[in-house]
Design a protein around this ligand. Structure first.
Ligand code: ZN
Ligand code: ZN
Length: 452
């Protein structure tokens, strides 16, 4: 395998580097899983990265350690998703390993073996929604969500209060799957920075998507214009993301670390550099980073991943050298800067003072309802969904989803949220009983957040 050029001359120069914070890197390239042999989401994505990390001597630095992933269980997946018709139909061992790598990263941090951890695994997951009929945007299973449900079960807050989590998604594509899963969860702040959905897949992620009726202002989208550079991106992190984190006070910060904002990425139009990514991570200081997209297999991923590892370990990354980088990439048109400042200001206002109702949908019989058509682009599959959230004063509210697709007939999915009130729990149990008796549904699935 041809190695990319050395990105970090200092590391190789014999200067002794010692990590300021302990970092665990969990690595799994999924050798046997690919959408097709030439598909951009394939095992070489991570093989080059691993070679680069080794070549640069990253694993020789005291304080940085490499780990193998554990496997997530089918129960972990069923704890997070409504898989239709079942878990086995929509996942493979590679998905269990990618979700398991995220769980291993979480374990290292939660059990205090490491200060931070980075899951370098694939296939990615942030386009996988709560209901899964197939593959969307290269994703079947949402690795961060499976990890977070595992954390909440295994390492709950010692005081018994809900664990507060922030997920900051820095993939170039909108994290629509993660947004969907935590849409009505007031204990999870989901922030997505991405290239404006009018110019890129999946075409969503606008300011007016700010959460369900039980979690208004807990989903925040920051759509950025094409050709945003390090300057604009770091501005958004400093002026919008960091103030939100400071006010939300999460117990855990998770970064969905997509690397397709890189200036060489073949699927998108942004201009971030490896140094920009490293700077982003040293600002954000996530407890756990989980790799998402990034398809410039030789041009970006090895450099970006090395940069992120150094930043997470508190090591200097400023001397990073990338072969194709030009100083002109830093410069940003003044109108781009003004546009980003305006979006950041609006996002911060939505977080602090969200409207009293979601922008989309309406009230019907005590539920906030909306109808959606969801397209699974990889599997060429259409899903029809009627989603309702019980409007409740005492908890975030029971979720009721009716779903059907080209593969699975109309099915009922009931989500009893964590820390639910007795009335929502009762309503959920009743709807499940009726749904099973009535014969109207092909499947009736119940996800109970408080069940061990
Ligand atoms: Zn992406
Ligand atoms: Zn309730």
């Amino acid at each position: 395998m041809n190695m990319p050029a050395h990105a970090f001359p200092k590391l190789l120069s014999g200067e002794k580097a010692v990590a300021a914070g302990r970092l665990g890197v969990v690595f799994f390239p999924a050798f046997d899983w690919a959408i097709s042999a030439t598909h951009p989401e394939r095992e070489e994505r991570l093989l080059y990265t691993r070679d680069q990390l080794q070549e640069e001597g990253v694993f020789d630095i005291p304080g940085i350690s490499e780990y193998r992933p554990e496997f997530a269980t089918p129960a972990d997946l069923a704890r997070t998703h409504f898989c239709l018709p079942d878990v086995a139909a929509v996942s493979t061992d590679s998905h269990l390993a990618a979700a398991g790598a995220a769980i291993t990263a979480a374990r290292l941090v939660m059990e205090k073996k490491e200060d931070r951890a980075f899951s370098l695994a694939r296939p990615p997951g942030h386009h996988a929604m709560r209901v899964v009929h197939g593959n969307r945007g290269f994703c079947n299973i949402n690795n961060e969500a499976v990890m977070l449900e595992h954390i909440r079960d295994r390492w709950p807050h010692p005081d018994g209060r809900p664990l507060r989590t922030a997920i900051v998604d820095t993939d170039v594509h909108h994290g629509d799957g993660t947004q969907d899963i935590f849409w009505n969860d007031p204990h999870t702040l989901f922030i997505s920075l991405h290239q404006d959905g009018r110019t890129l897949y999946p075409g969503s992620g606008f300011l007016q998507e700010y959460g369900g009726p039980g979690a208004l202002g807990r989903t925040i989208n920051i759509p950025l214009p094409p050709e945003t550079s390090d300057e604009g991106y770091l501005y958004a992190v400093e002026k919008a993301v960091l103030p939100m984190l400071a006010e939300f006070k999460p117990d855990i910060v998770i970064n969905s670390a997509g690397q397709d904002n890189h200036f060489t990425d073949p699927l998108a139009n942004m201009r971030l550099s490896a140094r920009g990514y490293a700077a982003l991570n040293s600002l954000l200081r996530p407890d756990i980073a989980v790799l998402e997209g990034g398809y410039a297999i030789r041009g970006a991923l090895p450099y970006v991943n090395t940069g992120i590892c150094l930043a997470l370990a508190g090591l200097p990354y400023e001397d990073i050298r990338e072969p194709d980088w030009k100083p002109s990439f830093v410069r940003q048109r003044p109108e781009t800067g003004r546009h980003i400042a305006d979006v950041c200001e609006k996002a911060l206002r939505l977080f602090r003072n969200p409207p009293a109702r979601p922008a989309e949908g309406q009230e019907e019989d005590g539920y906030w309802v909306r109808h959606r058509h969801i397209f699974y682009d990889t599997d060429m599959l259409g899903e029809n969904q009627f989603e309702g959230w019980r409007l409740c004063r005492d908890c975030s509210g029971l979720g009721r989803i009716e779903t059907s697709s080209d593969r699975v007939k109309r099915s009922l999915c009931l989500l009893i949220p964590r820390h639910s009130c007795p009335a929502c729990r009762k309503a959920g149990t009743l709807l499940a009983e009726r749904g099973r008796k009535g014969g109207r549904y092909a499947h009736v699935l119940v996800l109970d957040g408080d069940m061990p």
